[in-house]
Design a binder for this molecule. Structure first.
Ligand SMILES: CC(C)(COP(=O)(O)OP(=O)(O)OC[C@H]1O[C@@H](n2cnc3c(N)ncnc32)[C@H](O)[C@@H]1OP(=O)(O)O)[C@@H](O)C(=O)NCCC(=O)NCCS
Length: 351
């Protein structure tokens, strides 16, 4: 038995933030951002009335309806995010509560794999469905990045890239083994973990590097503190990224993990009906497209409108593509992601 995506949904906040809007806060320009990333605008959630979970709820409700089931039929939740509402508990249980399905006491799993979170979650869901353990898994990727970015010039290389949004999928069994999720491939390499990271607040206490740099967390307390004044003053409470290193690793690993999926299934690149790459950067997607010789209509990109929405980017893009009639029965859909960790993965789906 295979598993399949039976319903898709997405939600993006109404508030559009253009590249020009960002120039009010930092030294950047529409030209620089578009040239390097392809991004024209992104969405920012309302500070107080929207959260990672609330966006996930809207996306989930659409996916559940399209799958032709009710909320009570969901038997497991998988939630991928790097911007959870709380440090703990994770967003999985919050989503369960917001959807009003606590009576069934189903399991909820949180995935912390950043940009590859949705592909990792899809692979986990696929294994659970194949083993017969669950029949209606709700898989969500949602991010509210806007609340954790450095809006000064110091943070411009990261801040201009990211946006908010959520995407959801319902995963169900597929009796026809020539259809559904054909294969998934997951990889990681922690060598460069700190090169694309949100390091503090965290419990590292400087263990992995220069303690001085991270500000001797909480000298006056027996155990230390997640956040210190020094961390706040020096902007250590924001994500950091070595853009060039990420770029170089991304282009190689995107291509390699797509090839791996094709080799496993005996299919070739030109048989891909639609590649939906994680929307990291339009230049990365174009590089991958070129390396497989794919036409423009074989690759779906929407980073221009939403920026990089990390775990939400693939389900948002896949849902939009499906809504636009670009994903049809019999199509071979390829998902691929690369991001912080580094972690990366791919999935091939016969729709
Ligand atoms: C982030 C990225 C666009 C930066 O492009 P780049 O060509 O590598 O740029 P660099 O970081 O080398 O910086 C070049 C210059 O632009 C400046 N710069 C950085 N961000 C800027 C911004 N938003 N606006 C204007 N200038 C900026 C830098 O300060 C630097 O200036 P300097 O030469 O005076 O020191 C690019 O590295 C990239 O796309 N990397 C992959 C990122 C990614 O996909 N992340 C998500 C992974 S899931």
């Amino acid at each position: 038995m295979n598993s399949k995506i039976a319903g898709l949904g997405y939600y993006v906040p109404e508030n559009v933030v253009t590249n020009n809007d960002l120039t009010q806060y930092m030294d950047t320009s529409d030209e620089w951002i578009q040239e390097r990333t392809g991004i024209q605008e992104r969405r920012y959630a309302s500070k107080h009335s929207e959260s990672t979970t609330s966006m996930a709820k809207f996306a989930s409700e659409i996916a559940i309806e399209r799958a032709g089931i009710s909320k009570e039929d969901i038997d497991f939740i998988i939630f991928a995010t790097l911007s959870p509402d709380y440090y703990f508990p994770g967003c999985g249980v919050l989503l369960q509560r917001e959807l009003g399905i606590t009576k069934t006491e189903i399991g909820a799993l949180d995935i912390r794999n950043q940009c590859s979170g949705f592909v990792y979650g899809l692979s986990v869901a696929d294994q659970f469905i194949k083993s017969g353990m669950y029949k209606n898994i709700l898989l969500v990727g949602s991010e509210k990045h806007s609340m954790g970015l450095d809006y000064t010039t110091r943070g411009r290389n990261v801040t201009v890239i990211f946006g908010d949004g959520a995407g959801a999928a319902v995963i169900q069994p597929e009796e026809d083994d020539s259809k559904g999720i054909l294969t998934t491939h997951l990889h990681s390499d922690g060598t460069h973990a700190e090169e694309l990271a949100f390091i503090s607040p965290g419990a590292h206490g400087g263990y992995f590097g220069d303690t001085e740099k991270y500000g001797f967390p909480g000298e006056d307390t027996p155990g230390g503190l997640f956040v210190t004044q020094k961390m706040m003053d020096e902007g250590m409470i924001f994500p950091n990224m070595n853009g060039q290193l990420v770029f170089k690793n991304a282009v190689v690993r995107f291509a390699r993990v797509i090839k791996e999926a094709l080799a496993k299934t005996g299919l070739s690149g030109d048989e891909i009906s639609l590649l939906v790459p994680h929307q990291a950067n339009l230049r990365i997607s174009q590089f991958v497209q070129k390396s497989f010789g794919l036409r423009d209509d074989q690759v779906y990109n929407n980073i221009q409108k939403y920026g990089n929405t990390t775990a939400a980017s693939i389900p948002i893009a896949l849902t939009e593509a499906w809504e636009e009639g670009k994903v049809n029965e019999g199509d071979l859909v390829c998902l691929a992601a690369f991001g912080s960790g580094f972690t990366w993965g791919s999935a091939l789906i016969r729709w």
